[in-house]
Design a protein around this ligand. Structure first.
Ligand SMILES: *Cc1c(COP(=O)(O)O)cnc(C)c1O
Length: 432
């Protein structure tokens, strides 16, 4: 029996890092087993500490849309490194990246660069509150907007729409202005605006929720969010940290604008893809809102490493590649082919199954029909999901180690990778 280096590293890690990981879902707590420690990655694959190869459908939870180690990105990062890692003073690349982001997501007039999606979401809400002079905001159950205190909240019991903290260490007072509603529930939305509309700073929403697997806000729901915000003077804030430049070059808002003429959010939160794997995120929106920010306005926000020169180089090189003609058509074709392959394999084995995708983001469920909200997603049969997860892992296919996470395709995945994945899943389905 050879030594399992993943296990050795995990044992060591647990002595010095809580749970052995620096972000909870990496710990395999939901599915059991030993997390794979990544040794290196290239293209659509990574190799674990035992040198076992996996087809990677996580891609760092979204950023690696080009696959790992894309040559143009590696070159840009190496070049940037030689000129210095961080200055704490402005650089030309920050201007270039801001311009590149605004060109792709035209609902934003101005953008500020930060280092994580958590920071970006938290700061965008601060701007919304500062600009409206209101404290309350709406979030939806199952949407994740980072781990700022006021956002770690779940729906209260019964009719109470005010949330309860989902984490120890968050005082109830801190979430008293957070109203938590069910995703895609039009009636709750209408009622919340009747009751609190004039006190609402904003709605924050994942347009396609990727933190409860893959659940789209329905078109009527998104349309009503927009209308109610406009009617009551609240702001519509789209959290596109995951969907931004992942589902389309213009992000999820461009997908909704195809169905809702003139659709635009007031503010947008971005992360993941725009950094190409480096710590980089952004929030932006209409000029009069963004001009509320320090040093121009009264809303404070800052960051030592914000707009980091190496991260901006990585982001710019990534944005240049995804802007090439046909990029999203090819990415979307592969994602759809994976989902239809998996669906066919499950159907043949008599397993209830359905999936959905947009651009390079996908989700699948062990249900006959797509769920519309978090409560439904969480009724997934854990045991079956875990069997599927570990079966795929054994066969060298790495999907998210939790049923409430989305999956990600990259430009580096080949049709052969997809066929191998579907064949692996078919074997598992047949054994269920
Ligand atoms: C990942 C994510 C965040 C948090 O971003 P971090 O960089 O992990 O802080 C926020 N919102 C959404 C929708 C995300 O997917």
């Amino acid at each position: 029996m050879t030594v399992d280096r993943n296990q050795t590293l995990f044992d060591r890690a647990r002595q010095v890092i809580p749970g052995g990981v620096n972000s909870p879902v990496r710990a395999f707590k939901a599915v059991g087993g030993t997390p794979r420690f990544v040794q290196r990655a290239q293209g659509a694959y990574f190799w674990d500490a035992n040198d076992k190869k996996y087809i990677d459908y996580i891609g760092s939870w979204g950023p690696m849309i080009l696959g790992h180690g894309h040559p143009a990105v590696v070159e840009a990062v190496q070049k940037a490194l030689l000129d210095g890692f961080s200055f704490g003073a402005p650089t030309e690349r920050e201007v270039e990246l801001a311009e590149a982001i605004l060109a792709r997501v035209p609902s934003m007039d101005m953008v500020r660069l930060v280092s994580s999606g958590t920071e970006a979401g938290m700061s965008a809400i601060r701007v919304a509150r500062g600009a409206t002079g209101r404290s309350k905001f709406i979030k939806f159950e199952g949407c994740y907007h980072g781990h700022a205190d006021a956002l770690l909240v779940k729906a209260g019991s019964g009719l109470a729409t005010f949330g309860n903290p989902t984490s120890a260490g968050v005082p109830p007072e801190v979430v008293q202005h957070t109203i938590v509603l069910e995703y895609n529930n039009l009636q709750q939305l209408e009622e919340a605006f009747v009751t609190h509309g004039k006190e609402l700073a904003c709605i924050i929403i994942e347009p396609i929720a990727g933190n409860m697997n893959f659940v789209r806000a329905s078109v009527p729901f998104m349309k009503r969010c927009r209308e109610l915000c406009t009617e009551y003077g609240a702001l519509l804030l789209l959290d596109e940290v995951m969907t931004g430049m992942r589902v389309a070059l213009g992000s999820a808002q461009s997908v909704y604008a195809r169905e809702i003429p003139g659709f635009e959010p007031d503010m947008t939160v971005l992360g993941k893809v725009i950094g190409g794997g480096m710590p980089l995120a952004a929030f932006g929106g209409k000029r009069h809102l963004m001009e509320q920010l320090a040093p121009l306005g009264p809303v404070y926000q800052a960051g030592t490493l914000s707009g980091n020169p190496v991260a901006t180089a990585c982001g710019l090189a990534t944005l240049a590649e995804i802007g090439k003609p046909g990029f999203y058509e090819e990415l979307g074709r592969k994602t759809q082919s994976l989902i239809s392959g998996l669906t066919a394999a499950a159907t043949q084995a008599g397993i209830p199954f359905c999936g959905d995708s947009e651009g390079g983001m996908f989700g699948f469920f062990l249900f006959p029909e797509l769920p519309q909200n978090y409560a439904k997603v969480m009724t997934t049969d854990n045991k079956t999901f875990n069997t599927l997860f570990h079966g795929l892992l054994d066969r060298g296919v790495y999907i998210a180690p939790a049923l409430y996470e989305a999956g990600f395709m990259s430009a580096a995945h080949t049709d052969a990778d997809i066929a191998e994945t579907v064949a692996a899943a078919a074997e598992i389905f047949a054994s269920l």
